[in-house]
Design a protein around this ligand. Structure first.
Ligand SMILES: [Zn+2]
Length: 240
């Protein structure tokens, strides 16, 4: 899969149905000693109820997950949240294993319009991801805000992190912004998980992707997937 932009086409090669993706995470990690019952899933997706389906698909394979979700799929659980997760992982065989899934989302309407989805029980399409559509429109006006707003905490954190990553005058479209948020969230999760590897001899797997909502099905685009085993910090790529 070359890029998220390519993955937006209906049935794009390299994308997976939700249950197909969840099953693949099991198959990809089995050779590395991960199996249901000996690993804790950490799932970071947007708060949107549309993401319940991917959470359910992963839970069906790995069991109940530790929730690291925030607005747009960003990761803000911090070291305290990570410390909690660290104490929840199974470890009967002397190893703790974590399966991290980080997935923002994007809608593609039936007519191909990007950023829109028709929700059950509604007549008209609405934006997905709503937070990213709103932020993209704001960035397109040239506005660059980075103050923390306690009445809008997660949105202001999202805006601040994105603005800090943009080059001067750079205005991403929605697809680029979605992929940027995926990368920021994955990097933050990898940074937090690095402490697990060093302090708790953990095995850590990362699946970094985007859920694409088409009018008739959801598909998963995987941008990056790897596993590190406790004795070294080498990222072993996971391929289908
Ligand atoms: Zn969203």
């Amino acid at each position: 899969m070359s890029s998220l932009r390519d993955a937006l086409a209906p049935g794009a090669a390299g994308t997976m149905a939700l249950d197909e993706f969840a099953r693949w995470t099991i198959e990809a990690l089995a050779p590395h000693g991960f199996e249901p019952g000996n690993a804790l899933a950490l799932i970071g997706v947007c708060r949107d109820e549309l993401m319940f389906a991917i959470e359910s698909a992963i839970a069906a394979e790995w069991g109940a997950a530790f929730d690291i979700s925030s607005l747009a799929g960003m990761v803000w659980l911090g070291s305290s949240g990570m410390a909690a997760a660290a104490h929840h992982a199974p470890g009967l065989d002397g190893r703790r294993r974590y399966v991290i899934v980080v997935m923002p989302h994007i809608g593609v309407a039936e007519d191909g319009s990007v950023g829109l989805v028709l929700r059950d029980g509604q007549h008209h399409e609405s934006s997905a991801c709503g937070a990213l559509v709103g932020l993209q429109q704001e960035l397109a006006t040239g506005l660059r805000r980075d103050e923390l707003d306690h009445d809008d905490l997660e949105m202001s954190l999202l805006r601040r992190d994105v603005v800090a990553d943009l080059g001067p005058g750079e205005t991403p479209d929605l697809v680029a912004l979605t992929d940027l948020v995926r990368r920021l969230a994955s990097d933050e999760m990898a940074r937090l998980a690095d402490g697990l590897v060093r302090n708790a001899d953990a095995d850590v797997a990362m699946f970094s992707g985007v859920v694409v909502h088409h009018h008739d099905e959801d598909r998963v685009y995987v941008a990056d997937a790897w596993v590190t085993l406790r004795d070294d910090a080498v990222r072993r790529a996971l391929h289908r």
